[in-house]
Write a protein that binds this ligand. Structure first.
Ligand SMILES: Nc1ncnc2c1ncn2[C@@H]1O[C@H](COP(=O)(O)OP(=O)(O)O)[C@@H](O)[C@H]1O
Ligand SMILES: [Mg+2]
Length: 246
């Protein structure tokens, strides 16, 4: 077996909120193979965003280990973690997270400002990335002048700014209509085919279509597909009963 691109071992994440503790992750073990398209499925509140934040170095686990390439994320200091985020990871969020006052091309160029490239080169490179996602003709539009699907395309282009090996997407189609969502999925699939490792978290089963690996999580734990289906079915049943009572 080749060593996986990313390996998470015994991951726990506990949040303390107003005296209450919340176990967002409860001992997750997961491998992400190099060059895979991994889809992590889980209902709302199951810990998907938490897991992605840890993998992307946006947050640290309460316990457990995360290895990406040769790096042990839990051992990196803040500075090294910032470099990891910038060089290795591209993030795509459900709500696009574009800066509203900046044009599309400036949003895409923004993550490159730490790299040793001139402003002019950053601009040229950002235009190329926008062209790649089919938005060459919207480069000077601001986010409010773009549709949701177009804004997410800009966000995909931005995620590629520093040519990362790992693309992490948190419910990337959650705010989109079906057809824009499908085109974002195709775009992510193209990135995967070009050799990047892509991890998408979602509660939408349609996303598994392009996956080379699907992992299911419930209540911060990895479960089998059969367990997952059983839990979802019992949730559906509860909802049905509540509707009947009303
Ligand atoms: N910053 C936080 N502080 C306190 N609780 C949090 C925080 N982030 C997430 N949680 C809680 O952790 C659990 C998992 O959340 P999250 O990872 O966002 O799930 P998902 O993305 O699957 O909806 C939820 O119960 C959520 O309320
Ligand atoms: Mg989430």
């Amino acid at each position: 077996m080749p060593t996986p691109f990313a390996r998470m071992t015994g991951l726990f994440k506990t949040y303390n909120l107003g005296g209450a503790t919340i176990q967002a992750l409860n001992g997750v073990d997961m491998d992400i193979e190099a060059g895979s398209f991994s889809v992590i499925m889980g209902p709302s509140g199951s810990g998907k965003s938490t897991l992605l934040h840890l993998l992307g170095g946006l947050d640290r686990p309460t316990n457990g280990r995360i290895e990406v390439g040769a790096q042990m994320l839990d051992k990196l200091d803040e500075n090294a973690l910032a470099i990891y985020r910038r060089k290795t990871v591209g993030f795509i969020f459900q709500s696009f997270n574009l800066l509203p006052t900046m044009t599309a091309v400036d949003n895409v160029a923004l993550p490159m400002r730490f790299a040793r490239v001139s402003r002019r080169e950053r601009h040229e490179q950002a235009l190329k990335l926008l062209d790649k996602v089919g938005l060459a003709d919207r480069a000077y539009h601001k986010p409010t002048q773009l549709s949701g699907g177009q804004q997410q395309r800009v966000a995909v282009a931005r995620s590629l700014a520093n040519d990362p090996q790992l693309i992490l997407a948190d419910e990337p189609t959650g705010n989109l209509d079906l057809s824009s969502g499908a085109s974002i999925m195709r775009l992510l699939s193209e990135l995967h085919k070009s050799g990047r490792t892509v991890v998408v978290v979602t509660h939408d089963a349609r996303m598994t279509r392009y996956a080379t690996q699907t992992v299911h999580i419930i209540d911060g734990q990895v479960v089998t597909e059969a367990e997952y289906e059983a839990v979802l079915a019992s949730l559906d049943e509860e909802m049905g009963e509540e509707e009947e009572e009303q």
